[in-house]
Design a protein around this ligand. Structure first.
Ligand SMILES: [Zn+2]
Length: 275
């Protein structure tokens, strides 16, 4: 058995009460350390890395609210890539958990809570679901995250990307996506894509699969030069007017450098309105 197959086997035996169940990390030296992306839920604090049977030094832990990956080039993807390149991570596991509060929070509730916290809705992107990558199914969220990671140009084909779920009450792990199976397949996405496409609501209909791999790259380098690409960026910028914003900004930059005095007066207004 390969590393994560052995991990899940040992995990199931341990959860079933087998006191001798465990993993011998030395047997899997070539597959360690692993990188895990999990939710920030504090209930997970005590579950990792023991649920995997790994010592702490072989466990690189990335966390964000909802273990969400919003795109193949997202900030979390960059951290995963750096963890592979800089810390020698050999395998990636995106591990969702049961009873995730992100999944249970509707957009209406989220908006209310943000408002309570003083967040100005008008300063946020129109499509907050796409922006935050919120989800209703923990399992489908893992499938989507694995798909983004597997298709990301930041992750080499040699790195297995697994999807798992952990039961918060018991620490029991279960497969969602076996990353070893998608490693060698030419069409890496063939296992996950049907389910991913079924998500629908989170942008699958916008060509997230293959198209998004290129759009962000073009958006970064050629936003002002090739506005035709702009209507399709994955997150936030859905409105055509946004295309015009980058054009308007460059001309304002030179004046800002030459006339540095004007900007300062702008800050005091909102910061000290009632002084
Ligand atoms: Zn969670």
């Amino acid at each position: 058995m390969r590393l994560f197959e052995s991990i899940i086997d040992a995990n199931h035996r341990a959860v079933a009460g087998d006191a001798s169940a465990g993993l011998r990390p030395a047997d899997f030296a070539d597959a360690l350390p692993v990188i895990a992306l999990t939710c920030v839920d504090p209930r997970l604090n005590a579950l990792f890395p023991s649920a995997l049977g790994l010592p702490g030094e072989q466990f690189i832990w990335l966390r964000n609210a909802g273990n969400i990956i919003t795109g193949p080039l997202s900030s979390t993807m960059r951290s995963l890539a750096l963890a592979c390149a800089v810390k020698g991570g050999e395998e990636i596991a995106i591990i969702g958990h049961t009873d995730c509060q992100v999944a249970k929070t509707t957009m209406v509730v989220l908006l209310d809570k943000l408002k309570e916290l003083g967040v100005d809705r008008s300063r946020l992107p129109d499509n907050l679901s796409d922006f935050f990558g919120t989800f209703g199914s923990e399992r489908q969220n893992v499938i989507k995250a694995v798909e983004f990671a597997r298709s990301s140009p930041l992750i080499g084909a040699k790195i297995p990307v697994h999807g798992l779920m952990i039961e918060v009450a018991t620490g029991k792990l279960d497969w969602v996506v076996n990353g070893y199976e998608t490693l060698t397949a030419p069409a890496q996405a063939k296992v996950a894509m049907p389910e991913f496409a079924a998500l629908g609501a989170l942008g699958a209909d916008k060509g997230f699969d293959l198209g998004e791999m290129k759009f962000p790259e073009m958006k970064i380098g050629d936003a002002a030069v090739k506005p035709l690409v702009m209507p399709t960026p994955p997150v936030g910028a859905d409105e055509p007017p946004v295309v015009e914003a980058p054009k308007a900004q460059p001309p304002t930059l030179p004046p800002l450098r030459k006339k540095s005095p004007p900007p300062p007066p702008i800050q005091p207004r909102p910061r000290f309105p009632g002084r």
